[in-house]
Design a binder for this molecule. Structure first.
Ligand code: CA
Length: 242
């Protein structure tokens, strides 16, 4: 079945344009023109694969919708792309802090948005894997790649899809410095909107969330970030050491 996009937008013309273009690209769509309808639609039986979320809605702000979806088990890892007229860096940071995965400022080109959606869905697609594969047990930190879950000292920490991908990328390349540009390309996907400062904002946020394990992510000033090489790793039983 094709992927489902939930479009949350109160401007009727834009909503219709988005719906038309997404359908033409082969996506299934569901539309909501208010925050409450959006939450009801997202938490319904058919969980969307991605949510396009307008920030300024008539009833509750898009940030509130985002928080609600992040707090719910069903929707916490569904990628959210915020649509907004605000281009201010502050608003962008707020959007990311409440758990948005990407940010598109109006007016945007439909083509650009479609590319972003495609990139996000490609990244969100779980890799075909089985059993223990994809479990990282590093010092205080544990990541289950296929289940998309993170624990610090045995306590589960809820990360957004983007934060999780950022952490996973750093871990998979542990000991190697990743420049902001490389992280932007590999974690965010090519995008005109996000800047290297976005990487810093996310790393900061990620470190706060994972608490004491945040120290594993090292900053190399002027260069980028690196997941520390010397974190002891416990290999899952049966795993092949390469
Ligand atoms: Ca609006």
């Amino acid at each position: 079945m094709s992927q489902l996009v939930l479009i949350v937008e109160d401007e009727r013309d834009l909503l219709a344009t988005l719906e038309y273009n997404l359908k033409r690209e082969g996506y299934r769509t569901r539309c909501a023109a208010s925050g409450r309808d959006a939450i009801a639609a997202a938490l319904g039986p058919d969980t969307p694969d991605v949510v396009l979320l307008d920030l300024m809605l008539p009833d509750i702000p898009g940030t509130e919708v985002c928080r609600t979806l992040r707090a719910n088990e069903r929707t916490r890892s569904v990628p959210i792309v915020m649509l907004t007229a605000k281009t201010d860096e502050v608003d962008r940071v707020v959007g990311f802090e409440v758990g948005a995965d990407d940010y598109v400022a109006k007016p945007f080109s439909i083509r650009e948005l479609l590319l972003r959606i495609r990139a996000i869905l490609r990244r969100a697609k779980p890799a075909p894997e089985s059993g223990n594969e994809g479990v990282h047990d590093l010092g205080q930190l544990k990541l289950d790649i296929s289940a998309h879950r993170t624990w610090v000292d045995g306590e589960e920490v809820v990360l957004t899809a983007l934060e999780f991908r950022l952490l996973k990328t750093l871990i998979e390349r542990r000991g190697r410095v990743q420049s902001r540009e490389v992280l932007l390309t590999d974690v965010w996907g090519v995008s005109a909107e996000v800047t290297t400062r976005t990487v810093d904002t996310h790393v900061k946020r990620l470190r706060q969330k994972i608490g004491s394990a945040g120290a594993y992510i090292e900053t190399l000033r002027g260069v980028g970030y690196r997941f520390a090489q010397d974190v002891p790793e416990e290999r899952p039983r049966g795993a092949v050491t390469s």
